[in-house]
Design a protein around this ligand. Structure first.
Ligand SMILES: Nc1nc2c(ncn2[C@@H]2O[C@H](COP(=O)(O)OP(=O)(O)OP(=O)(O)O)[C@@H](O)[C@H]2O)c(=O)[nH]1
Ligand SMILES: [Mg+2]
Ligand SMILES: [Zn+2]
Length: 303
Protein backbone atom coordinates (compact mmCIF):
# COMPACT_ATOMS: atom_id res chain seq x y z
CA UNK A 1 0.00 0.00 0.00
CA UNK A 2 1.44 3.44 -0.84
CA UNK A 3 2.36 5.44 2.24
CA UNK A 4 -0.03 8.26 1.35
CA UNK A 5 -2.97 5.83 1.57
CA UNK A 6 -1.68 4.33 4.84
CA UNK A 7 -1.42 7.80 6.35
CA UNK A 8 -5.08 8.40 5.64
CA UNK A 9 -6.21 5.94 8.31
CA UNK A 10 -6.53 6.84 11.99
CA UNK A 11 -6.43 4.77 15.17
CA UNK A 12 -9.77 4.29 16.87
CA UNK A 13 -11.48 2.21 19.54
CA UNK A 14 -14.70 0.31 18.87
CA UNK A 15 -16.88 1.77 21.61
CA UNK A 16 -20.14 0.04 20.70
CA UNK A 17 -21.43 -2.71 18.48
CA UNK A 18 -24.87 -3.76 17.34
CA UNK A 19 -24.95 -6.50 14.75
CA UNK A 20 -22.79 -5.27 11.90
CA UNK A 21 -22.95 -1.63 12.94
CA UNK A 22 -20.28 -0.07 15.12
CA UNK A 23 -19.44 3.18 16.86
CA UNK A 24 -15.79 4.19 16.93
CA UNK A 25 -14.00 6.69 19.13
CA UNK A 26 -10.83 8.56 18.08
CA UNK A 27 -7.69 7.51 19.99
CA UNK A 28 -6.56 11.13 20.09
CA UNK A 29 -9.94 12.72 20.71
CA UNK A 30 -9.65 14.47 17.33
CA UNK A 31 -13.29 13.85 16.42
CA UNK A 32 -16.51 12.86 18.21
CA UNK A 33 -17.76 9.26 18.27
CA UNK A 34 -19.05 8.23 14.85
CA UNK A 35 -20.82 5.35 13.10
CA UNK A 36 -18.51 2.85 11.41
CA UNK A 37 -19.03 -0.03 9.05
CA UNK A 38 -16.72 -2.83 7.97
CA UNK A 39 -15.51 -3.50 4.45
CA UNK A 40 -17.44 -6.10 2.50
CA UNK A 41 -19.00 -8.84 4.59
CA UNK A 42 -16.42 -8.69 7.34
CA UNK A 43 -18.06 -9.31 10.74
CA UNK A 44 -15.07 -10.14 12.95
CA UNK A 45 -15.07 -6.81 14.79
CA UNK A 46 -16.37 -6.27 18.30
CA UNK A 47 -16.54 -3.75 21.11
CA UNK A 48 -13.10 -3.13 22.62
CA UNK A 49 -11.27 -3.65 19.35
CA UNK A 50 -8.44 -1.28 18.45
CA UNK A 51 -8.87 -0.49 14.77
CA UNK A 52 -7.63 1.65 11.91
CA UNK A 53 -10.44 3.63 10.30
CA UNK A 54 -10.83 5.82 7.27
CA UNK A 55 -13.10 8.81 7.88
CA UNK A 56 -15.97 9.38 5.48
CA UNK A 57 -17.74 12.72 5.43
CA UNK A 58 -18.57 14.49 8.67
CA UNK A 59 -19.77 11.61 10.80
CA UNK A 60 -18.96 8.18 9.36
CA UNK A 61 -16.00 5.81 9.16
CA UNK A 62 -14.92 2.54 7.55
CA UNK A 63 -12.97 0.02 9.61
CA UNK A 64 -9.93 -0.92 7.51
CA UNK A 65 -8.02 -3.19 9.89
CA UNK A 66 -8.02 -4.61 13.41
CA UNK A 67 -4.98 -4.51 15.68
CA UNK A 68 -3.79 -7.68 17.41
CA UNK A 69 -5.97 -8.42 20.45
CA UNK A 70 -4.73 -8.94 24.01
CA UNK A 71 -7.86 -10.97 24.81
CA UNK A 72 -11.00 -12.03 22.97
CA UNK A 73 -14.15 -13.45 24.50
CA UNK A 74 -16.47 -15.32 22.19
CA UNK A 75 -19.25 -17.86 22.18
CA UNK A 76 -20.16 -20.23 19.41
CA UNK A 77 -22.12 -23.17 18.22
CA UNK A 78 -21.15 -25.49 15.39
CA UNK A 79 -22.29 -22.99 12.77
CA UNK A 80 -21.66 -19.56 14.14
CA UNK A 81 -19.06 -17.71 16.16
CA UNK A 82 -20.09 -14.59 18.05
CA UNK A 83 -17.46 -12.15 19.27
CA UNK A 84 -18.44 -10.61 22.59
CA UNK A 85 -15.58 -8.22 23.43
CA UNK A 86 -11.88 -7.70 22.79
CA UNK A 87 -9.03 -6.47 25.00
CA UNK A 88 -10.86 -6.68 28.34
CA UNK A 89 -8.85 -7.50 31.48
CA UNK A 90 -11.64 -8.98 33.56
CA UNK A 91 -15.24 -10.13 33.33
CA UNK A 92 -18.00 -9.64 35.86
CA UNK A 93 -20.50 -12.44 35.42
CA UNK A 94 -23.71 -10.91 36.74
CA UNK A 95 -26.07 -13.37 38.41
CA UNK A 96 -29.09 -13.04 40.69
CA UNK A 97 -31.50 -15.21 42.64
CA UNK A 98 -34.64 -13.76 40.98
CA UNK A 99 -35.17 -14.61 38.24
CA UNK A 100 -32.93 -17.53 39.20
CA UNK A 101 -29.70 -17.64 37.22
CA UNK A 102 -28.79 -20.84 35.37
CA UNK A 103 -25.92 -22.79 36.90
CA UNK A 104 -25.28 -24.49 33.53
CA UNK A 105 -24.82 -21.10 31.83
CA UNK A 106 -22.60 -19.92 34.68
CA UNK A 107 -20.26 -22.90 34.22
CA UNK A 108 -20.11 -22.23 30.48
CA UNK A 109 -19.36 -18.53 30.96
CA UNK A 110 -16.63 -19.32 33.49
CA UNK A 111 -15.01 -21.82 31.10
CA UNK A 112 -15.08 -19.34 28.20
CA UNK A 113 -13.71 -16.49 30.31
CA UNK A 114 -10.93 -18.58 31.85
CA UNK A 115 -9.96 -20.09 28.49
CA UNK A 116 -9.70 -16.56 27.05
CA UNK A 117 -7.20 -15.55 29.74
CA UNK A 118 -9.63 -13.07 31.29
CA UNK A 119 -9.97 -12.79 35.08
CA UNK A 120 -13.52 -13.74 36.13
CA UNK A 121 -15.58 -12.59 39.10
CA UNK A 122 -19.14 -13.39 40.10
CA UNK A 123 -21.20 -10.26 40.67
CA UNK A 124 -24.22 -11.34 42.66
CA UNK A 125 -26.93 -8.69 42.23
CA UNK A 126 -30.33 -8.22 43.92
CA UNK A 127 -29.01 -9.19 47.35
CA UNK A 128 -32.00 -7.28 48.77
CA UNK A 129 -34.17 -10.28 47.79
CA UNK A 130 -33.51 -12.34 50.91
CA UNK A 131 -35.48 -15.48 50.04
CA UNK A 132 -33.92 -15.74 46.58
CA UNK A 133 -30.47 -15.22 48.08
CA UNK A 134 -30.99 -18.09 50.54
CA UNK A 135 -31.69 -20.37 47.57
CA UNK A 136 -28.44 -19.60 45.77
CA UNK A 137 -26.10 -19.23 48.77
CA UNK A 138 -24.80 -22.86 48.61
CA UNK A 139 -23.79 -22.33 44.97
CA UNK A 140 -22.05 -19.06 45.82
CA UNK A 141 -20.16 -20.88 48.57
CA UNK A 142 -19.09 -23.58 46.10
CA UNK A 143 -17.59 -20.94 43.81
CA UNK A 144 -15.96 -19.02 46.66
CA UNK A 145 -14.21 -22.20 47.74
CA UNK A 146 -12.81 -22.59 44.21
CA UNK A 147 -11.14 -19.21 44.69
CA UNK A 148 -13.53 -17.16 42.58
CA UNK A 149 -14.08 -13.61 43.70
CA UNK A 150 -17.76 -13.23 44.62
CA UNK A 151 -19.00 -9.65 45.02
CA UNK A 152 -22.49 -9.19 46.46
CA UNK A 153 -24.42 -6.03 45.59
CA UNK A 154 -27.92 -4.61 45.16
CA UNK A 155 -27.37 -2.24 42.25
CA UNK A 156 -31.03 -1.27 42.05
CA UNK A 157 -31.72 -0.65 45.74
CA UNK A 158 -28.28 0.17 47.24
CA UNK A 159 -26.38 2.02 44.49
CA UNK A 160 -23.84 3.80 46.75
CA UNK A 161 -22.91 0.52 48.44
CA UNK A 162 -22.55 -1.14 45.01
CA UNK A 163 -20.14 1.60 43.88
CA UNK A 164 -18.09 1.20 47.04
CA UNK A 165 -18.01 -2.61 46.76
CA UNK A 166 -16.80 -2.55 43.14
CA UNK A 167 -14.53 0.53 42.95
CA UNK A 168 -11.28 -1.19 43.92
CA UNK A 169 -11.91 -4.14 41.61
CA UNK A 170 -12.71 -1.90 38.64
CA UNK A 171 -9.83 0.58 39.03
CA UNK A 172 -7.14 0.54 36.36
CA UNK A 173 -8.86 -2.10 34.23
CA UNK A 174 -11.33 -2.70 31.43
CA UNK A 175 -14.22 -4.82 32.71
CA UNK A 176 -16.79 -6.72 30.70
CA UNK A 177 -20.23 -7.41 32.18
CA UNK A 178 -21.93 -10.54 30.88
CA UNK A 179 -24.88 -12.63 31.98
CA UNK A 180 -28.41 -13.67 31.32
CA UNK A 181 -31.12 -11.16 30.58
CA UNK A 182 -32.68 -9.49 33.61
CA UNK A 183 -29.80 -10.00 36.05
CA UNK A 184 -29.11 -6.25 36.33
CA UNK A 185 -26.07 -5.50 34.13
CA UNK A 186 -27.47 -2.24 32.75
CA UNK A 187 -28.80 -1.21 36.17
CA UNK A 188 -25.26 -1.62 37.49
CA UNK A 189 -23.69 0.35 34.63
CA UNK A 190 -26.17 3.17 35.26
CA UNK A 191 -25.14 3.18 38.92
CA UNK A 192 -21.44 3.36 38.00
CA UNK A 193 -21.72 5.80 35.07
CA UNK A 194 -24.18 8.57 35.92
CA UNK A 195 -24.68 9.75 32.33
CA UNK A 196 -24.89 6.27 30.78
CA UNK A 197 -28.69 6.39 30.75
CA UNK A 198 -28.99 2.97 29.20
CA UNK A 199 -32.73 3.04 29.66
CA UNK A 200 -33.03 5.86 27.15
CA UNK A 201 -30.72 4.10 24.74
CA UNK A 202 -32.84 0.98 24.99
CA UNK A 203 -36.01 2.90 24.30
CA UNK A 204 -36.70 1.34 20.91
CA UNK A 205 -36.33 -2.14 22.35
CA UNK A 206 -38.55 -1.13 25.26
CA UNK A 207 -41.24 0.20 22.97
CA UNK A 208 -41.24 -3.04 21.02
CA UNK A 209 -41.28 -5.47 23.92
CA UNK A 210 -42.30 -3.45 26.97
CA UNK A 211 -38.95 -4.31 28.56
CA UNK A 212 -35.64 -2.49 28.72
CA UNK A 213 -33.50 -5.30 27.43
CA UNK A 214 -30.10 -4.25 26.07
CA UNK A 215 -29.44 -4.64 22.34
CA UNK A 216 -26.05 -2.84 22.10
CA UNK A 217 -22.66 -3.72 23.53
CA UNK A 218 -21.17 -0.44 24.72
CA UNK A 219 -18.06 0.68 26.58
CA UNK A 220 -18.17 3.51 29.15
CA UNK A 221 -15.45 5.41 31.00
CA UNK A 222 -16.00 5.40 34.75
CA UNK A 223 -15.84 8.65 36.72
CA UNK A 224 -12.51 8.80 38.59
CA UNK A 225 -14.37 9.25 41.88
CA UNK A 226 -15.84 5.74 41.46
CA UNK A 227 -12.77 4.03 39.92
CA UNK A 228 -9.69 5.68 38.40
CA UNK A 229 -8.60 4.71 34.88
CA UNK A 230 -11.46 2.25 34.48
CA UNK A 231 -13.79 1.24 31.68
CA UNK A 232 -16.87 -0.98 31.71
CA UNK A 233 -18.73 -2.74 28.90
CA UNK A 234 -22.46 -3.48 29.04
CA UNK A 235 -23.65 -6.32 26.79
CA UNK A 236 -27.01 -7.83 25.81
CA UNK A 237 -28.11 -10.83 27.84
CA UNK A 238 -28.18 -14.25 26.18
CA UNK A 239 -30.03 -17.53 26.60
CA UNK A 240 -27.26 -19.89 25.54
CA UNK A 241 -23.48 -19.90 25.61
CA UNK A 242 -21.91 -22.36 23.16
CA UNK A 243 -18.30 -23.41 23.54
CA UNK A 244 -17.69 -25.00 20.14
CA UNK A 245 -14.63 -22.77 19.61
CA UNK A 246 -12.79 -24.48 22.48
CA UNK A 247 -11.06 -27.86 22.31
CA UNK A 248 -11.85 -30.53 24.91
CA UNK A 249 -8.42 -29.87 26.43
CA UNK A 250 -9.08 -26.13 26.73
CA UNK A 251 -12.44 -26.83 28.37
CA UNK A 252 -11.09 -29.27 30.95
CA UNK A 253 -8.17 -27.00 31.85
CA UNK A 254 -10.66 -24.16 32.43
CA UNK A 255 -12.31 -26.22 35.21
CA UNK A 256 -10.13 -25.16 38.16
CA UNK A 257 -10.90 -28.18 40.32
CA UNK A 258 -10.05 -30.60 37.47
CA UNK A 259 -6.53 -29.39 36.85
CA UNK A 260 -4.77 -31.28 39.67
CA UNK A 261 -6.59 -34.50 38.64
CA UNK A 262 -5.95 -34.40 34.90
CA UNK A 263 -3.78 -37.31 33.82
CA UNK A 264 -4.94 -39.57 36.68
CA UNK A 265 -7.85 -41.21 34.81
CA UNK A 266 -7.51 -44.83 33.64
CA UNK A 267 -7.77 -43.84 29.96
CA UNK A 268 -5.55 -41.05 28.73
CA UNK A 269 -8.28 -39.82 26.36
CA UNK A 270 -10.86 -39.76 29.19
CA UNK A 271 -13.57 -37.14 28.63
CA UNK A 272 -14.67 -37.32 32.31
CA UNK A 273 -18.19 -38.45 31.60
CA UNK A 274 -18.96 -42.02 32.67
CA UNK A 275 -15.71 -43.70 31.70
CA UNK A 276 -14.51 -46.39 34.14
CA UNK A 277 -11.63 -45.23 36.30
CA UNK A 278 -12.31 -41.53 35.72
CA UNK A 279 -10.43 -39.75 38.52
CA UNK A 280 -12.61 -36.65 38.18
CA UNK A 281 -15.93 -38.49 38.43
CA UNK A 282 -14.62 -40.48 41.40
CA UNK A 283 -13.49 -37.28 43.13
CA UNK A 284 -17.00 -35.85 42.61
CA UNK A 285 -18.59 -39.05 44.01
CA UNK A 286 -16.37 -38.82 47.10
CA UNK A 287 -17.37 -35.17 47.53
CA UNK A 288 -13.80 -33.96 47.00
CA UNK A 289 -14.90 -31.72 44.10
CA UNK A 290 -18.24 -30.09 43.36
CA UNK A 291 -20.58 -32.73 41.87
CA UNK A 292 -22.93 -30.28 40.13
CA UNK A 293 -20.16 -28.52 38.21
CA UNK A 294 -18.77 -31.90 37.12
CA UNK A 295 -22.18 -33.00 35.88
CA UNK A 296 -22.78 -29.74 33.99
CA UNK A 297 -19.32 -30.02 32.46
CA UNK A 298 -20.18 -33.51 31.13
CA UNK A 299 -23.31 -32.07 29.48
CA UNK A 300 -21.24 -29.44 27.68
CA UNK A 301 -19.02 -32.09 26.15
CA UNK A 302 -22.14 -33.77 24.81
CA UNK A 303 -23.11 -30.77 22.65
N1 LIG B 1 -34.74 -6.24 43.57
C1 LIG B 1 -33.79 -5.77 42.75
N2 LIG B 1 -34.04 -5.62 41.44
C2 LIG B 1 -33.05 -5.15 40.65
C3 LIG B 1 -31.77 -4.82 41.18
N3 LIG B 1 -30.99 -4.41 40.16
C4 LIG B 1 -31.75 -4.47 39.04
N4 LIG B 1 -33.00 -4.91 39.33
C5 LIG B 1 -34.11 -5.09 38.37
O1 LIG B 1 -33.83 -6.16 37.48
C6 LIG B 1 -34.44 -5.92 36.21
C7 LIG B 1 -33.46 -6.16 35.08
O2 LIG B 1 -32.42 -5.21 35.16
P1 LIG B 1 -31.51 -4.83 33.90
O3 LIG B 1 -30.43 -3.95 34.44
O4 LIG B 1 -32.32 -4.32 32.77
O5 LIG B 1 -30.92 -6.27 33.50
P2 LIG B 1 -29.88 -6.63 32.33
O6 LIG B 1 -28.96 -7.65 32.91
O7 LIG B 1 -29.26 -5.41 31.79
O8 LIG B 1 -30.81 -7.33 31.24
P3 LIG B 1 -30.56 -7.44 29.62
O9 LIG B 1 -30.21 -6.07 29.12
O10 LIG B 1 -31.85 -7.97 29.08
O11 LIG B 1 -29.43 -8.42 29.45
C8 LIG B 1 -34.98 -4.51 36.24
O12 LIG B 1 -36.37 -4.55 36.43
C9 LIG B 1 -34.28 -3.89 37.44
O13 LIG B 1 -35.05 -2.88 38.05
C10 LIG B 1 -31.55 -4.98 42.59
O14 LIG B 1 -30.47 -4.71 43.13
N5 LIG B 1 -32.58 -5.47 43.32
MG1 LIG C 1 -29.16 -4.64 29.90
ZN1 LIG D 1 -11.74 -38.74 33.52
Amino acid sequence: MPSSAAAATESALVAASFGRQFYVRSRTGAWPERVAVTRGKRTDVCVGDEVEVRLIGADQAVIESIHARRTLLQRSDRWRRKLIAANVDQAGIVIAGDPPYSEALLVRMLIAVEAAGIEPALIVNKCDLADAMRMIEPRLAAHRSLGYRVIEISAGTQPAAARAALGGWLAGRTTLLIGQSGMGKSTLVNVLVPDADLRTQAISAALASGRHTTTFSRMFELPAATAADARIIDTPGFQGFGLAHLSASQRMHAMREFVALLGRCRFNDCRHHDEPGCAIREAAERGDIDALRRRLYAQIDDD
